[in-house]
Design a protein around this ligand. Structure first.
Ligand code: NAD
Length: 790
């Protein structure tokens, strides 16, 4: 054997990371008192503990206090007590605390990394080089936001006490994503780690003690779903921030419906990894290793669906297999290890079950010929080919080291396949043609898109998804908004329509049918049921009739809104022009609308005229902002720029209020349209004629067909239909509290974003009832990472 042959034949020697410090920490800690509440270490009041064990051996690491509802009460009480002082402290004071946390974590970086690896099973290279540094960066970055709060978020205040629930796949990093922005915003927190991985959060609580975090500002409770549910349902909590499975996310959405709690959900994914034929294949293969085998594939944004262009599929698959054969599966504490154990036996069984089902459904599952360690929950990296788009491996989040492969012929097919999922978290696009990559990225239904890269994160760049991947963002400016709230100019409590609508005789046999129709797809159409609703004047006489829309009409309206491509694809300038034109045409008929307001609502003529003028002014405002409320470019500490693009939410359902019925209606549809959404609006049930009178104004204003659809009828019923419709992406509700609560609970089908006034209207005439707060609700921020350099 010559030297070169010997060199190639050499095996890696073991390179274990020392674990003495972590073992010493484990040996000295009293895990029976693991609840960190109000600055004290407490046992669980019920005396229960749960086991946390080491995935690489199955050995018990600790028996940890298991909180129940009484403990959660105590934690919320501590957070509530600490809130006034903490929220009133200066940004500088909070910045110093956040910075001190970051610095203290830096000093214990190695202990954090080793503990994380021992508890979770992730390779030490990952916890050491990715999880822990990113967590520290998060605290450092948010120290800055604490101090910049007044400057960058004028009028916004911290929401109060926050309940935070996190998963086991990135225990410390998810903790940092949750706690850092909350503290920066002046909130106090009750955080619950996942029951598989409690350890680094306990170490973090010790850091809080040392870094001078005031008692009660950070409370860390340990436990499982019972403790989680007690947090979700606690009336003393103003916001829930959850990261975990879509299944539990839906339970939480339902449980918080009608509670007024602010909610952000970071859920699962089935992210596409798209390789075009002009991609650098070797780089793409390295990207894939990161994309799907990072943390054994137990990553929410794992690139678990490889979509490869037909012409290069064989070549790429061959390269992937060669690379897979070189992946080193072994002890996670070994610095050479690429793939460690899965977190738990249940997770291993789940992955095996999904692979078996995928194979039964026709997928060919390939694994490299490698031995697994004799103990621990290891699984070989797995490549599934011959996967049909309906195969379980293409649809379900496996959360394990399994890559499902499909091919595409052209760009359109790649986009279609990528979007053929109920999730919308992340995607990677590989092409040496940056024009192609930037053409594809905005068309992918995903909150984060990496061009020629994968799994890039930074505290300055928002992360989060659409659809069943949840809503809300973590990191960056948009992440701060999740912990802030502006005081909205509250209007009257909205009574259920049945008690506010006066009965009025219908005009049978009058001869001419004067019923205002529905407005769907740019046309006035009869309601499906052919029923109408009589509308009364302020004096109780018949003012006219409108169509009584039903489920089928909403369905048609949603289809028309979805089919309308001209509006979301129009330039912002173009949308701005159309909104100006709408304002101009409304202004041409101002007298008529003012008279209608007087007739229906009985307001004095002067007030009616003012409402019309304000409605025109509001249209002008949003016409002007349509091309100004733009995204940003971030410069993260990597050789990349991140384009934080604003894109429309999609199809927005809007249920408009009764009071100030013209201004309320315009104040809601105008910002939605300005940002490129298409709208299905349900106007005031009591005064719908103000909306139906707008049909002609809309028709004369060059609004593309389907951009605005108006369905009159019973607000409560139609709100429910919109909430349950899985092709509606967002819902804004200014209707009675009961209808809002029901709609929130019923929105879980596709986890659409719901914004409700909680049964209160707004003072639509006030300045705060317009502007950025509305525009922010009308967009999703998509972060597109574009690396540069050779
Ligand atoms: P999980 O939903 O089972 O548990 C997450 C957390 O919720 C745990 O702390 C758990 O104790 C708690 N919980 C469980 N039931 C609850 C209930 N009824 N009420 C309140 N809390 C409850 O998820 P998991 O298995 O721990 O984590 C894996 C999931 O997390 C995957 O789906 C993954 O995609 C997702 N995830 C998402 C992101 C993201 O940013 N989008 C990041 C990491 C993980």
């Amino acid at each position: 054997m010559n030297i070169l042959e010997r060199y190639h034949a050499m095996e890696y020697g073991p390179a274990p990371e020392a674990r003495n410090e972590a073992d010493a920490w484990l040996a000295t800690r009293d895990f029976g008192k693991a609840l960190f509440i109000g600055g004290d270490w407490r046992a669980a009041s019920g005396g229960r503990t749960f086991d946390t064990s080491e995935p690489s051996s199955g050995k018990l690491l600790a028996k940890v206090s298991d909180a129940n509802a009484t403990d959660i009460d105590a934690a919320v009480a501590a957070a509530t007590k600490a809130l006034p002082k903490w929220s009133a402290s200066s940004g500088y004071q909070r910045a110093k605390v956040l910075y001190a946390i970051g610095r203290a974590m830096q000093r214990h970086q190695r202990l954090f990394a080793v503990l994380e690896t021992i508890d979770n099973g992730k390779p030490i290279r990952e916890s050491r080089d990715i999880d822990v540094p990113l967590a520290i960066r998060h605290f450092m970055h948010h120290a800055g936001w604490a101090q910049a709060l007044d400057r960058d978020f004028p009028g916004q205040k911290g929401v109060g006490v926050v309940g935070q629930i996190i998963p086991w796949n990135f225990p410390l990093l998810m903790l940092a994503w949750k706690i850092a922005p909350a503290l920066a915003a002046g909130c106090t927190v009750v955080l619950k780690p996942a029951e598989f991985t409690p350890l680094t959060a306990i170490l973090f609580a010790e850091i809080c003690e040392r870094a001078g975090v005031p008692k009660g500002v950070v409370n860390i409770v340990q436990g499982g779903p019972e403790a989680g549910a007690a947090i979700v349902n606690h009336p003393g909590i103003q916001k829930i921030a959850f990261t975990g499975s879509s299944e539990v996310g839906k339970i939480i959405r339902k449980a918080t419906a009608g509670s007024g709690k602010k909610l952000s959900l970071e859920l699962g994914g089935k992210s596409a990894f798209i390789v075009f034929e002009d991609a650098d294949l070797d780089s793409a293969v390295e990207g894939l290793v990161d994309g799907i085998w990072f943390n054994q594939g137990q990553v929410c944004c794992a690139g678990s669906r490889l979509l490869v262009q037909e012409g290069i599929a064989d070549a790429l698959i061959a390269k992937v297999k060669t690379r897979m054969s070189r992946l080193r599966v072994g002890s996670p504490l070994d610095k050479n290890t690429d793939i460690g154990p899965l977190v738990d036996l249940t997770q291993l069984d789940r992955v095996k079950g999904l692979i078996a089902e995928g194979a039964r459904q026709g997928a060919i599952c390939w694994q490299p010929d490698a031995a697994l360690p004799s103990t621990g929950y290891y699984h070989l990296p797995t490549l599934a080919t011959g996967v049909s788009p309906a195969n379980i491996l293409a649809q379900e989040e496996v959360f394990g080291p399994v890559l499902a492969t499909m091919t595409f012929r052209n760009t359109e097919e790649a986009i279609e396949l990528a979007n053929n999922t109920r999730y919308g978290l992340a995607a990677s696009v590989w092409s040496e043609n940056v024009n192609l990559a930037l053409h594809v990225a905005p068309q992918l239904k995903a909150g984060v898109v990496w061009v020629n890269g994968t799994n890039m994160f930074d505290a300055a760049c928002g992360f989060g998804g659409y659809r069943e991947s949840g809503f809300g963002r973590e990191g960056g400016r948009e992440g701060m908004f999740e912990y802030l709230a502006a005081k909205l100019p509250l209007g009257p409590v909205i009574k259920p329509a049945t008690s506010s609508v006066q009965p009025v005789e219908q005009a049978d046999g009058v001869g001419i049918d004067r019923t205002a129709k529905l407005f769907i797809g740019g046309k006035q159409v009869r309601p499906d049921g052919n029923y109408s609703l009589a509308i009364a004047t302020a004096k109780g006489k018949l003012a006219g009739e409108v169509g009584l829309g039903n489920r089928k009409d909403i369905r048609d309206a949603v289809s028309a809104a979805r089919a309308c491509k001209a509006w979301p694809e129009a330039t912002a300038y173009n949308r701005s022009q159309v909104l100006y034109y709408l304002a101009e045409n409304l202004s041409g008929r101002a007298d008529e609308f003012a008279a209608r307001l007087v007739q229906l609502t009985g307001v004095p003529a002067k007030a009616a005229r003012e409402e019309v003028d304000q409605s025109i002014e509001r249209l002008f405002l949003y016409a002007g902002l349509a091309d100004k409320f733009e995204g940003r470019v971030h410069q993260p500490p990597a050789r990349a720029v991140t384009l934080a693009l604003h894109e429309p939410v999609g199809v927005l359902g809007i249920v408009a209020p009764d009071d100030q019925p013209l201004l309320g209606f315009i104040s809601l549809i105008a910002p939605a349209l300005a940002m490129g959404n298409t709208v299905v609006a349900v106007p005031s049930e009591r005064y719908p004629l103000l909306a139906t009178d707008l049909y002609q104004v809309i028709e004369y204003s060059d609004v593309p067909s389907g951009a605005i659809n108006i369905v009159t009828g019973r607000s409560a019923e139609l709100a429910g239909v919109l909430a349950r419709h899985d092709d509606v992406d967002g819902l804004w509700l200014f209707t009675d509290a009961d209808t809002c609560a029901k709609a929130e609970a019923e929105s879980i089908g596709n986890l659409k974003r719901v914004w409700s006034g909680g049964g209160r209207s707004l003072d639509w005439g006030s300045e705060e009832a317009a502007g950025d707060g509305f525009l922010r609700r009308a967009i999703e921020v998509k972060n597109v990472w574009v690396p540069y350099g050779d």
